[in-house]
Design a binder for this molecule. Sequence first.
Ligand code: GKR
Ligand code: MG
Length: 409
Amino acid sequence: MIAKVVITPVAFADAPLLNASGVHQPWALRSIVEVHCDEFVGLGETYGDAQHLDLLRKAGATLAGLDPFDLNGLARRVSAAIGDVDAPDKHGLTGPSTAEKTTLRVLSPFEVAFLDLQGQMTGRPLVDLLGGKVRDRVPFSAYLFYKWEGDDPYGEAVSPEGIVAQAGQLIERYGFTSIKLKGGVFSPDEEVEAIRALREAYPLMPLRLDPNAVWTVPTAVRIAKETEGLLEYLEDPTRGIAGMAEVARTAPMPLATNMCVVKPDDIEPAFTQKAVGVVLSDHHYWGGLRRSAELAAICRTWGIGVSMHSNSHLGISLAAMTHLGGALPELTYAADTHTPWQLGVDVLASPLPIVDGAVTVPSGPGLGVSLDRDVLARMHEDYLSCGIRERDDTGYMRTFQPDWQRPTW
Ligand code: GKR
Ligand code: MG
């Protein structure tokens, strides 16, 4: 039976990465969830924003006495503990929020920790609890960002040359074999120039561009036409299911999303309107690994591809994504990861390495990873002293440019 739940907010230094909501703050926040059961500790990881942390604590306080195999009981307790509350994130890069999505966000790290416990108790890797391995290694893409010079080894990237140089650094270090560029920072034409420069430097690599829905429908239609043959998918060119559906009607490549299909009630309208060809699932807001596998199965039924979305994260999330990716036949695209932007900092004793652009599915019981408690304590100290309590890319951008507004092109 679950004895106790410990939730530790942590912070790690982040680079000044630019996106449509502003710029990353100097510290990224995460919450590390430990669920204790007999001699086992199940791990989960999620967002560290104050409002979310508060809900995690409320839910975590009600889990003692549960059987770690009772995932339905877990969902009931989380839902009862937090009630009908909608707690949207401030950066708005993962689409609209609802009370249901909030509940699923809170449920997620506990579900992962329960599955980790189940794996440890049965001596099986978590991937086996999701149906078994369909691949040994899960591919991830090089996640490029326009960025300012910072306290990191990557340097400034505000031009096509800077982006190509950043791709070179990431590919050399991690061996990535596909590339995603986070757009929505410069005009669409400038960002397409960067894509063309990447194509020239890496003629065979699949490329993606994600402007986080800051283009109008006519702009998105034009850019989709102009990038025919360049992109394996175009991610969230415009806002909302109806707008995406309009763009999708003429776009020569599939449209992908982590902004307009972000909760169960988006699925039916988005799929019937043919708004997207690829869904980037994210277990952090789809309610955990099993619900993400269900989402993938629904996508398969509709002939929709599956990729994976990420925000700044640590190694527990990478391990969870890797087990999920190891078990999903539908995952036909390399997943996103922010791992290179963690700059080597992690709460894990042995973080999973990215080699040749992929992470090997761990074979140990459960997630197959364990905490480095000294590092966890230090990262908690960093959380306490960093002064940041929520992710606010726009607020941080306005400390440099007070009149900064989210762009529309
Ligand atoms: O870290 O700035 C960022 C990214 O924009 C991140 O928030 C996500 O990856 O939600 C983003 C996405 O749309 O892919
Ligand atoms: Mg995206």
